[in-house]
Design a protein around this ligand. Structure first.
Ligand SMILES: CC(C)(COP(=O)(O)OP(=O)(O)OC[C@H]1O[C@@H](n2cnc3c(N)ncnc32)[C@H](O)[C@@H]1OP(=O)(O)O)[C@@H](O)C(=O)NCCC(=O)NCCS
Length: 298
């Protein structure tokens, strides 16, 4: 039977995420990095499907999911959150077909910017995206440190924090508009609705310098600041907040141009685990002011 390409349905998103995890771990193990992904509930995919069903696509053969693509749009930015083909099915054009359908989603929304984050060691994905006009722009790295090792290095921070409230949405949108050129209000609503996630506004004296989210696994992000010279202090405050979550490790995802965050990460004993790459149709965002949450949420 020929492969069928069709919009995804909510009741199959968990199954699609199983394929994503399988495809990621196959890739990272083949490249000597060990397993990177573990299966989690498909909450962001479900939220995005309800918000805008035209961004999620399935490749299927006789009831079996062979590939999955998922893109979201905020303002004039189209972002490819996931594009994965099952390990035994790669290299036969399925990725190309799925990408064409998600790119139509960008076209319909008249997106001025198209972007994604992929694995710096995957020549296939990079080759595919370059063919579609998305070029390598920015290296990013996942960093990790054991919580105990981090706590031994944490210093007193001048930054104060307050838990995010629904009334902060406009302020968060303003910070993102400055850092990324778009409002991500719907994504803040999504993060705030996640019971495990903790969001904070950060202050230095009387000035609100940014925001950060940390989760129960000790992961930092997204984090955004109003000016590049606030990044170092904000990231140090985030490390402390993440350590307080009690997980065995603290992790973050840092753009290669963010010298203040990179220096703070290394000074606090963090190690690089996975090298990643942002590819886009043109330059956007101030990557000295924003740390993405992960390659899908951005
Ligand atoms: C990346 C991925 C989605 C692509 O899907 P796929 O079905 O394997 O890809 P396709 O067969 O449609 O196309 C691959 C293209 O890459 C090109 N390509 C392969 N190796 C390449 C290389 N070394 N340099 C440049 N281009 C290359 C191929 O020529 C092909 O294009 P063509 O058909 O026009 O010749 C899939 O391989 C996958 O799931 N990989 C693992 C997970 C991953 O990295 N996902 C991307 C996350 S952002």
């Amino acid at each position: 039977m020929p492969v069928v390409y069709r919009p995804a349905r909510e009741d199959e998103l968990e199954r699609a995420e199983q394929l994503v995890v399988q495809s990621i771990n196959d890739l990272t193990q083949r490249h000597g990095f060990g397993k990177m992904a573990s299966l989690r509930p498909a909450h962001f995919q479900q939220f995005s499907l309800r918000d805008d069903p035209e961004g999620l696509w399935i490749a299927e053969d006789n009831g079996e999911i062979l590939g999955f693509a998922f893109s979201w749009v905020c303002g004039d930015l189209w972002f490819l959150a996931e594009l994965f083909v099952a390990p035994g099915q790669q290299g036969r054009g399925i990725g190309n077909e799925l990408l064409a359908r998600t790119l139509a989603h960008a076209g319909k929304n008249k997106a001025a910017h198209k972007a994604l984050i992929t694995f710096a060691f995957n020549t296939v994905s990079q080759g595919l995206y370059i063919q579609h006009g998305l070029l390598p722009r920015l290296p990013l790295s996942f960093f990790k440190v054991p919580r105990d090792a981090l706590q031994a290095r944490l210093q007193k921070s001048q930054i104060r924090h307050a838990s995010l409230e629904a009334t902060d949405l406009q302020r968060l949108s303003d910070i993102d508009a400055h850092a990324l050129g778009i409002s991500r209000e719907k994504h803040h609503r999504y993060l705030m609705s996640d019971a495990g996630m903790k969001g904070f506004l950060l202050r230095s004296g009387d000035e609100r310098i940014g925001y950060v989210y940390v989760n129960p696994d000790g992961h930092i992000g997204p984090l955004a600041v109003t000016r590049p010279d606030a990044m170092g202090q904000a990231f140090q405050a985030a490390l402390k907040l993440a350590a307080e979550q009690g997980a065995a490790q603290v992790t973050a995802f840092i753009p290669g141009t963010s010298d203040a965050a990179l220096k703070a990460a290394v000074d606090h004993g963090m190690r690089i685990t996975f090298p990643m790459l942002l590819m886009s149709s043109n330059d956007f965002g101030d990557w000295n002011c924003y740390l993405p949450r992960n390659p899908g949420f951005m």
